[in-house]
Unconditional design. Structure first.
Ligand SMILES: *Cc1c(COP(=O)(O)O)cnc(C)c1O
Length: 377
């Protein structure tokens, strides 16, 4: 079951190899370790992501550092990444490696996050990675099936097929969800795939012969079986999400005063894990929608650099202004393949009503789209 699913998911991602693991955090952590992260390294990612991205970096022994996002896509801004390398790093004259000047720590990798289902602008990031000899682990946990037009390769590429490796989560609320916890690493590198295969199973390839010390991070056969069945439907479900996104765009079209809709770059085809709008009075809008029995979420309200868990990293408010500006105003509207036209019209009506300052109504509830990460919701 596991091997069959791995073969099919590798095909789906247009990657050579897929290794099933216990969850998305395992996928990130094993990919980082297999890519060669050493204790004390610095790995660069973005501050507006789920904490699993940085947990994996820390738990692989490295220190997460951040660069700000692009205002329109909410994904890593490659210009900021370049600026980071040019102003905050210098070459270590002894080893030739890139060093973070302040920490004197080798910078060895980049983790771009394909947030909300849209791929990050990968070409410039991969160019920087080549220039500075860094690995790139794609956090594709929200982007199963998303594509990006690579100018370097002059073709469309799938999420998880561009970096050194890609990490996927099959948490139930993701675009492809298991019936419990599951994840996978994709890669074109057979050595890396082999290392992940060992890491997920206590460092063994043969029973009780441990090449290295590993983890308990296997993909359950029953989850692989469920995923195999659901994978067949994923292209259609993703297409539904895209249609629903276009319908939201359409319904909001004549009411764009005060609302910023999701921006989809012409070089990507997003799979709309989330449909995220941006408004000035977000909390008021969210309250209005809650009263109208429409469930919304904020992905994510506190950026990682301001989380208590990362107080020791020494960041302060103002360090990543684009992220901080966005998190105060973003709101994820209901988004799932089964959302119907009538429900969407009601959602949009209520949003418009709230922004126009009118009172809420109470009708049938619209829930069910936010299983991901909100385990305690
Ligand atoms: C869901 C998610 C993860 C972690 O996946 P789990 O399966 O919950 O461990 C990591 N990164 C992002 C961006 C996610 O959305």
């Amino acid at each position: 079951m596991v091997e069959q699913f791995e073969t099919e998911f590798a095909q789906f991602c247009e990657a050579e190899y897929c290794v099933g693991v216990g969850n998305g955090t395992d996928a990130l952590r094993f990919a980082l370790i297999a890519a060669g992260v050493q204790p004390g390294d610095t790995v660069v990612t973005v501050p507006n992501t789920f904490i699993a991205t940085t947990e994996a970096i820390s738990q692989a022994g490295a220190r997460p550092d951040f660069v700000d996002i692009d205002e329109r896509t909410y994904n890593m801004d490659a210009r900021k990444l370049q600026e980071y390398f040019e102003t905050q790093c210098c070459p270590d004259l002894r080893t030739g490696k890139l060093l973070n000047k302040k920490m004197r720590s080798p910078v060895t990798g980049i983790v771009p996050v394909h947030l909300y289902g849209q791929m990050t602008d990968m070409d410039p990031i991969l160019e920087l990675a080549e220039r500075y000899k860094l690995f790139v682990i794609e956090d594709a946990c929200q982007a199963h099936g998303a594509t990006y037009f690579s100018r370097r390769e002059n073709r469309w590429k799938k999420a998880g097929s561009m970096g050194t490796a890609g990490a996927f989560s099959f948490y139930p609320g993701k675009n492809l969800g298991a019936c419990g916890e599951a994840g996978a690493v994709t890669t074109n590198d057979s050595t890396l795939a082999g290392k992940v295969r060992m890491l997920r199973d206590h460092g063994q390839l043969q029973k009780y012969r441990h090449e290295i010390e590993g983890y308990n991070g296997r993909l359950d056969a029953i989850q692989a079986g469920i995923l195999q069945v659901k994978l067949k439907h994923l292209p259609r479900w993703n297409q539904r999400r895209r249609t629903i996104a276009r319908r939201y765009d359409e319904l909001f079209r004549s009411h764009l005063d005060g609302i910023i809709l999701p921006y989809e770059s012409p070089r990507t085809k997003a799979v709309y894990h989330l449909y995220v709008i941006r408004v000035k009075n977000r909390d008021q809008l969210q309250m209005h929608l809650t009263q109208a029995k429409i469930m919304t979420q904020v992905h994510y309200p506190t950026p990682l650099h301001l989380q208590k868990a990362y107080a020791t990293l020494g960041h302060k408010e103002g360090d990543f202004p684009v992220t901080e500006g966005a998190v105060a105003e973003i709101l994820s509207l209901p988004m799932y393949p089964q959302l119907n036209h009538h429900q969407q019209e009601r959602i949009v009506q209520e949003v418009i009503k709230s922004l126009a300052g009118e009172a809420g109504s109470s009708r049938s509830p619209i829930v069910g789209s936010f299983v991901s990460e909100g385990r305690a919701d």
